[in-house]
Design a protein around this ligand. Structure first.
Ligand code: PLP
Length: 433
């Protein structure tokens, strides 16, 4: 009997009592390789000495100061670090406590920006199907899985959806990457024109799609074409890098590889690596200046924004990533992991696709490789995979297919950036044998 309201109360969970590098240890002493970083969070593994020391030092000195009274050295230093390394045009960081909050802030910043500049008719948000942006009401409304929204529909803001960039399923055999990207950009343009260009506030997309589809990178040139369409109609581009950002793809920001700068960029999981709950919405100069030069006040906020201990933890995490050259390791180990999985699973009759970037790796499972028909979601293949992996001492992040058959079950792997070649072999062994 547990007094915790667990999300799946009928399931009995092991009790995690310790973290040790890439492993978590339960109360029975069993060790689990954290090959998914929880949900792509624990990018430095567990109990990292330098991060723990930074948290202890900050908590001793000043754990928390409310942001309506003070700023703190930790928040200022973290914001500077993020902005200096961010894509062009980003000038400020708005801190929150997690991914959904970062998205809520981005939606409200976009809306308030248009109010400030005298375009209050801009209220529509366009996002993509097969995307996940969080579980708070705004984030849920723009999220791309209808089944998640369904029970809450009467509570949600109106949002609009276009196709994701999902080459494995949707790129036609006769289509080049460029033609496919153009078709998707045309679809967005058509949607903007249908809604009325002067009524659209922003287009929201995950740079590399995470949990809902399993580490799906865009085809080359897709985001440049999307940026062009947004610019043509004065629509803001919000990139959600809550899961794929902060080094997960081998670049600090996944959009670096796309050659585009968003107007708003959300980050969270890898920012604090699970050591403290923290996220941020990175804000372009033009949005910041419109608000500062307009009402001078962002009409939003939470008690824990800019939490000093959370900022100190995130700062330490980001310093470790830089000082230990971990982005190079992410690229090398990611290549190794994909190559090993292709070697071991490439001919498997139920493995449709092995993909991803850096240490953000997805394996899509299908009933039939030729037709790409997914398994019946009622079979709950994903739950079975998770259970079997846990029995083998391996944490992976599987997700189910959808009823409309637009995507199959998949397994998401997001091991810590500190993993060694031997760790990658162990992960592949436990998953594939
Ligand atoms: N955006 C993306 C891309 C995510 O993957 C997630 C969480 O998985 C979120 C937003 C929501 O983040 P959180 O669970 O921290 O609220």
């Amino acid at each position: 009997m547990s007094y915790v309201f667990h999300r799946m109360p009928k399931k009995t969970l092991p009790v995690a009592v310790a973290g040790d590098g890439i492993e978590i240890v339960d109360s029975a002493g069993k060790r689990y390789i954290d090959a998914s970083g929880g949900a792509a969070v624990s990018c430095l593994g567990h109990s990292h000495r330098r991060v723990v020391d930074a948290i202890e030092q900050q908590a001793r000195q000043l754990a928390y100061a409310h942001t309506s009274f003070f700023t703190t050295e930790a928040a200022e230093a973290l914001a500077e670090r993020l902005v200096v390394t961010a894509p062009a045009g980003i000038g400020h960081a708005y801190f929150v406590s997690g991914g959904s909050e970062a998205i809520e802030a981005a939606l409200k910043l976009a809306r308030q920006y248009f109010v400030e500049i005298g375009q209050p008719a801009r209220k529509h948000f366009i996002a993509r199907r097969q995307s996940y942006h969080g579980n708070t009401l705004g984030a849920l409304a723009i999220g791309g899985n209808a089944w998640r929204r369904e029970p809450f529909l009467p509570l949600l803001i109106e949002a609009h959806h276009v196709s994701p960039c999902y080459a494995y399923r949707d790129q036609l055999p006769s289509e080049t990457e460029e033609a496919y990207a153009q078709r998707l950009a045309d679809e967005l343009e058509h949607k903007i024109l249908g809604l009325g260009p002067d009524t659209v506030a922003a287009f929201v997309a995950e740079t590399v799609v995470g949990a809902t589809a399993g580490a799906v990178p865009p085809v080359r040139g897709y985001f440049r074409k999307i940026r062009e369409v947004c610019d043509k109609y004065g629509v803001l581009l919000i990139l959600d890098e809550v899961m794929c950002g902060m080094g997960r793809t081998g670049h600090l920001y996944a959009c670096e590889e796309e050659g585009v700068s968003p107007d708003l960029l959300t980050i969270a999981k890898g920012l604090g690596a699970g050591y403290q709950p923290i996220g941020a919405t990175l804000v372009s100069d033009r949005i910041y200046e419109a608000i500062v030069g307009g009402s001078g006040f962002f009409q939003h906020g939470h008690t824990y924004i800019g939490h000093a201990t959370a900022c100190a933890a995130a700062l330490a995490v980001q310093r470790v990533i830089e000082e230990d050259d971990l982005l190079d390791n992410v690229k090398a180990r990611g290549e190794q992991l994909r190559a090993t999985l292709r070697e071991r699973l490439g001919d498997h009759p139920h493995v449709g696709d092995i993909r991803g970037r850096g240490l953000f790796v997805g394996v899509e499972l299908v009933l039939d490789r030729a037709s790409k028909v997914p398994f019946d979601p009622r079979r709950k293949l994903n739950a079975g995979i998770k259970q079997e992996a846990m029995a083998r001492g391996l944490m992976v992040y599987p997700m189910g297919g959808t009823i409309d058959g637009r995507q199959g079950d998949h397994v998401l792997l997001a091991p810590p950036f500190i993993c060694t070649p031997n760790d990658v072999d162990c992960i592949a062994e436990r998953l594939c044998d």
